[in-house]
Design a protein around this ligand. Structure first.
Ligand code: KIV
Ligand code: ZN
Length: 508
């Protein structure tokens, strides 16, 4: 809503925008990504929970698996409309319609660059092909969405002609793809306004992020009246990706006051699922879904946040299914440390808290991140408390791996009992995780809700961070974190930290 007044002056903004999700089509075209039909079904179910209006499930002509995925998704009976991509070719359109979709998205490039070097067609031939394909798709009884590929590098009048030909042939809506991210907000506004005027149909945009403008361009399309926005979860897609769905819908909701059907609280869950199944990890600083999007370290910011979160948070983390995170580090102030210690049941006087702060800063100066476990260790050392209040101790841990598999062996002391478990899996991390869960589940009911491990380094000295979300004996969810050098060991420590938190809090 923030900019409603400015936007009511001279803009033509729709009340509501439909979200056309192309994670399963353009998102899957991310180099190196390939989803199985089962992965696609799992993502489609989550996209439907998220509330997207249209799911572009794939490009059926490309492979048998793709055809199966689209057809399996069509059979799910989701609320979203299911769409598939097709070139302006009969076989492509048949493959899409035969998969059972509601919408067919036909595309043919209109820029001279594509016509000359890729399609080897004249403009006239292109117009004929568009008309024939749209008419044929319509004759098969589906909703037809036409995209003028490379629209932003197409001569304006010819682009309008192509869009008009498509609607005259029966297209229900048209799309303006900024195929190579060449558009700027002002140009997109102009193209969308003309397209609305010329076609009289709902207009969509499909923006790529080659210049980092995909979200800005999509929003400027809405300013000019675009009713449909193509986007992908986490902004994945060809090259630098597509416009990121989460950024667009939050901006529409919070800044523009434009409604979508999106259930914002499902955003983070959807983002994590897509990251997990595509293997495309989310940068820490990515808006809305990045690990740091709601994390605060610096003393001034944490002080502000503790006074009122709106000082440094434009939206509440819970709105998008997330939690705020206060992090201890080199930039911490005494307010952060006080807060973190209290939150962990480690209250102490001001002098001791300052000592903890100095130790945290010293670690930061050495380039180290201070995990939860480390902060607790420092605090306990300073108050001189024995660390034996812990419930779980790692007594022994070993992993042996080769190119095919890994075996992990773990011994834990839980209370008075020593439990040992062994597991074989495809990697050291997976084997360690499974050995640990085998051992722990003999004593308690542990549910691992989420798991993330990052290993980053620009030197041979690998740095790993793991974060897990878990519940113990049906408790609420707890977050366990660990940092270190070895991924398997860091994984094990993160889980033990999470369990310890759950157990300690059930005691207090
Ligand atoms: O980027 C693009 O132009 C596309 C089209 C198929 C719409 O993905
Ligand atoms: Zn695209």
């Amino acid at each position: 809503m923030a900019w409603r007044k400015i936007l009511s002056e001279g803009y033509n903004i729709p009340e509501r925008v439909s979200i056309f999700d192309t994670t399963l089509r353009d998102g899957e075209q991310t180099p190196g990504v390939a989803l199985t039909p089962e992965d696609k079904v799992e993502i489609a179910i989550q996209l439907d929970k998220l509330g997207v209006d249209i799911i572009e499930a794939g490009f059926p002509i490309t492979s048998k698996g793709e055809q199966k995925a689209v057809s399996d998704i069509c059979k799910l009976g989701l609320s979203a409309k299911i769409c598939a991509l097709a070139r302006c070719e009969k076989n492509d359109i048949d493959a899409a319609v035969d998969a059972g979709v509601d919408w067919v998205h036909v595309f043919l490039a209109t820029s001279d660059i594509h016509l000359k070097h890729k399609l080897r067609m004249t403009r006239e031939q292109a117009l004929t092909k568009i008309a024939e394909a749209v008419e044929y798709a319509k004759s098969r009884g589906v909703i037809v969405h036409y995209s003028a590929e490379d629209a932003t590098r197409t001569e304006h009048d010819f682009l309008m002609k192509a869009l008009k030909v498509a609607v005259d042939a029966g297209a229900d809506s048209v799309d303006i793809p900024d195929t190579v991210g060449f558009g700027i907000p002002a140009a997109i506004r102009r193209i969308v306004s003309s397209a609305k005027f010329v076609t009289g149909k709902p207009v969509a945009v499909h923006c790529h992020d080659d210049m980092g403008l995909a979200v800005a361009n999509s929003l400027s399309a809405v300013e000019a009246g675009a009713e449909i926005i193509h986007a992908t979860i986490n902004g994945i897609g060809e090259r630098a990706g597509n416009a990121s769905l989460e950024e667009i819908v939050v901006a529409l909701n919070m800044l523009y006051g434009v409604k979508t059907n999106i259930n914002l609280q499902e955003i983070y869950k959807t983002s994590r699922l897509v990251a997990k199944l595509t293997g495309v990890w989310i940068p820490k600083n990515k808006a809305i879904v990045g690990e740091n999007a709601f994390a605060h370290e610096s003393g001034i910011h944490v002080h502000g946040i503790l006074g009122s979160p709106e000082t440094y948070e434009p939206i509440a983390p819970e709105l998008v299914g997330r939690r705020r995170k206060i992090v201890a580090g080199k930039h911490s102030g005494i307010h952060s440390i006080d807060f973190l210690l209290k939150e962990r049941g480690l209250e102490m006087d001001k002098v001791k808290a300052r000592e903890v702060l100095e130790r945290v800063k010293a670690l930061g100066d050495m380039g180290m991140r201070v995990s939860d476990a480390k902060l607790k260790e420092i605090a306990e050392e300073i108050v001189g408390e024995s660390r034996d209040s812990r419930t779980i101790f790692l007594k022994e841990f070993s992993v042996v791996s080769n190119t095919n598999c890994a075996t992990a062996r773990i011994s834990l002391k839980i209370g008075d009992e020593v439990i040992t478990a062994e597991s074989l899996d495809h990697s050291p991390v997976a084997a360690s995780l499974s050995a640990l869960l085998n051992a722990v589940s003999r004593k308690m009911n542990i549910k691992l809700i989420d798991f993330r491990i990052d290993a980053t380094s620009y030197s041979p000295d690998l740095k790993c961070e793991a974060e897990v979300v878990l519940s113990v004996n049906n408790s609420q969810e707890y977050v366990g974190e660990a940092v270190g050098h070895d991924p398997a060991f860091v994984t094990v420590n993160a889980i033990i930290t999470g369990i310890e938190k759950a157990v300690q809090s059930s005691r207090s």
